[in-house]
Design a protein around this ligand. Sequence first.
Ligand code: SAM
Length: 292
Amino acid sequence: MLHALFGSLVGMDSSSTVSRTALTSAAARAAHLLVDHEPLIFVDPLAQVLLGERGDELIAYHQRFGSHPVLAGARAEVLCRSLFTETLLTESALPQYVILGAGLDTYAYRSGAGRSVFEVDHPASQAWKRQAVETAGISAHGGPTFVPVDLERDPLVEALVEAGFDLARPSFVSLLGVSMYLSGSALEGVVAALASFAAGSQIVVDYMLTPELRDDAGRAYAEAVGAAVAEDGEPWLSFYTPDELTPIFVRHGFTSVRHVALADSIDLGLWRRTDAVARMGLSGLLHATRQS
Ligand SMILES: C[S@@+](CC[C@H](N)C(=O)[O-])C[C@H]1O[C@@H](n2cnc3c(N)ncnc32)[C@H](O)[C@@H]1O
């Protein structure tokens, strides 16, 4: 099941450079509305629309096996990081939002009005998404500026500026479900690039904890999913402790850096559930602000 879920579905062969995990993340958001009970954690009605028929099989796994700890765990991870981030984004009232490794994020189509949204993603994945947006016919509701960048090797700031990003205005930045796929040097490169962003800019990054910091559920999830994603060409490369990440951000001008366990990042009332979505000790969230 896991290989099918994370692997060669949706018309992609194993040599495709399109991110399959972008699709599985979107399927988790879509499935939450179909499988889970109130209180919903994060409502993304466009996830299923954007996936279109490519998502049918992925979502069907959640419908058939939604209580399986891996599927319920995937939903918990994706939903918590999205809720945490979009709550802070709204509170920040910052005028520009840069979504790094955007995958099938639908923020720009749901609620982007009033701020400029820049979606950065690997060129192959972004091209695939643009086609999906067209097929789904959702661009009438607005949309982001697309910025194709390989975060392992392309200069991020130059690409953003060329696309119309204003370095003089403070921005909100997210890197969700991505840090584990980047080398340590690429992550440091991204944070270094953000040193040229205006004072007051904020970033949220989720990261997978090193094994000794995970709980039993997190360890079991990582064992099962880590093997499946590696087999399907998107291996997890990087795990962090909060203490390892903080100095990277401080080195590049972030003065306020805080960490929260992913499971503690949402209103605790949302964990009073009658479905299978449950707390899991696997990931952390970092929220940092550049000196103002
Ligand atoms: C698990 S998906 C997360 C997508 C989205 N942020 C979400 O939460 O649904 C990982 C994303 O990271 C992107 N990614 C991975 N490595 C990348 C790289 N080197 N450069 C740019 N994007 C990358 C993939 O293309 C994919 O969209």
